[in-house]
Design a binder for this molecule. Structure first.
Ligand code: SF4
Length: 466
């Protein structure tokens, strides 16, 4: 194993990364406000749809049905796509996906690629892999391009640069696009990006996209964007390569209506994405390649505890509502996916490396409440904690603490004894024993005064006879 692998395989440390983000109060406050704003818009949009809960249930059932018949729908999709003249490939993992893309590009002598946002291509580390082979990969989505220029991952699956202030973007563009650093007007910055992207779109040798949905009945894919960048990317170059996670299937066009009603409302609170593009067949003289990617999705599908995560339609609603995500920012997760969906997806790729992520959650359950396809996210976070604890991957201090806690909570007498000792200690010991820099619990809060009576005593007194 080389040094690069040793460093990149080290367990992530979301706590330290989050502490840095939180220390920068301007970024933290703006991030929290913007992300919570999206959650509020989502609530407003949901209220305007009669039967919103029934719609969520229907979407959940469509996804569950598809996942339990995935082999059939994938074959149907492949046959229909081939009948339309699309080249269909299958990739078992990220390396195979990147090799397929590279071989297509080498065959067609591709040197410049324009791509629209795809979390799957991000998951595969595709851009970096192609760049080592001398192929330039340019992001066409504004947020993704900002992140590309900043050499950072997307921090949110829908709004990748949500953690950046306008002034950050102005400084980044000034450095890379020779704009005025003092001018952070969004129209000015967007125009600069547009002028920079246009030649890249016009002169690209190939276009790349992901897929929001793939329809078995038609063999076509659907790409949803708000900028129209994917539409130009799939129209101008003569060669298209689309990476499709195998979980993106829906059986029929009619099912798409359900998903599209939920997607943008859950994401940003808007009724529909500005552009919803259907891609079925190459224009005469052009080529389209679909790559169906597994990359551990089959393992997840076989897992009774974690297969539900494959229902995800990547709306980001769970991130927008999560109190941990909102305050710690997406980059603190140090993984492809952040927020509650990341907490349940990332350990599926490598649960040793991402063992801390399931603890990057309050388990409040707000994510499960907003998820348009009703994924039991909080429950899966809890289950990942069980896996990590059972495999002995917790830090020593936490393991020891949990063992003591487990023993205490499972024996009534021990619990009441510990309770009495704790109350006495809080009453009689000087405050500095608890409120000191070594106690992380009191870093952001004061130790409360001990109660006059415990809940158990209150219950015995008031309800003991029931
Ligand atoms: S888990 Fe649910 S809420 Fe989160 S991104 Fe996926 S579909 Fe949206």
């Amino acid at each position: 194993m080389n040094l690069f692998n040793v460093l990149t395989d080290r367990p992530v440390d979301p706590e330290s990364a989050a502490a840095k983000f939180i220390a920068d109060t301007k970024h933290e406050e703006t991030h929290d406000r913007l992300v919570w704003g999206m959650r509020m818009h989502r609530d407003e949009a949901a209220r305007q749809i009669p039967g919103w809960e029934e719609l969520r249930e229907l979407a959940s059932q469509i996804k569950e049905h598809t996942l339990t018949h995935l082999d059939q729908y994938l074959e149907q999709f492949e046959q229909n796509a081939i009948a339309h003249g699309v080249h269909v490939h299958w990739a078992l993992d990220a390396a195979e996906h990147n090799d397929i893309v590279l071989s297509i590009f080498q065959k067609h002598n591709v040197k410049r690629v324009i791509k629209s946002k795809s979390m799957l291509q991000e998951e595969c580390g595709m851009a970096a892999a192609l760049e080592t082979q001398g192929i330039e990969v340019r992001e066409s989505d504004l947020g993704e391009r900002i992140q590309q220029l900043a050499h950072e991952r997307p921090s949110h699956i829908v709004v990748p640069a949500i953690h950046q202030l306008r002034t950050d973007v102005a400084a980044l563009f000034a450095k890379n696009l020779a704009t005025d650093e003092q001018n952070s007007d969004p129209h000015y910055l967007t125009e600069a990006m547009r002028n920079d992207a246009r030649p890249a779109l016009l002169h690209a040798d190939a276009g790349m996209t992901g897929a929001n949905f793939a329809i078995a009945e038609t063999g076509g894919i659907v790409i949803c964007t708000n900028e129209g960048n994917a539409d130009i990317g799939v129209t101008v170059p003569d060669l298209q390569v689309c990476s499709i996670g195998i979980e993106k299937l829906v059986p029929r066009s009619a099912d798409l209506g359900v998903m599209l009603r939920l997607l943008s409302r859950s994401a940003l609170g808007t009724p529909m994405t500005q552009y919803t593009t259907h891609l079925h067949r190459p224009r005469p003289g052009t080529r389209i390649h679909f790559i169906l990617v597994d990359n551990k999705r089959s393992d997840r599908l076989a897992s009774p505890d974690f297969w539900h995560a494959l229902k995800c339609i990547r709306c980001g609603a769970c991130m927008n509502t999560c109190p941990v995500y909102r305050r710690s920012g997406g980059l603190s997760y140090q993984a492809t996916y952040s927020g509650p969906i990341g907490v349940i997806l990332d350990p599926g790729f490598d649960h040793t490396k991402y063992r801390e992520l399931p603890y990057h959650s309050t388990l409040c359950g707000s994510c499960s409440e907003v998820c348009p396809v009703r994924i039991d996210i909080a429950d899966q976070i809890y289950k990942w904690r069980r896996v990590i604890a059972d495999e002995g991957l917790l830090p020593l201090a936490k393991r020891a603490g949990m063992a003591v806690m487990g023993e205490t909570l499972s024996h009534t007498e021990a619990f009441h004894g510990a309770e009495a000792v704790a109350i006495k200690a809080i009453e009689q010991l000087p405050g500095v024993v608890f409120n000191n820099p070594l106690n992380p619990w009191t870093k952001h809060r004061d130790m409360p005064n001990p109660p006059k009576q415990t809940f158990h005593q209150w219950y015995q007194k008031n309800r003991g006879s029931e």
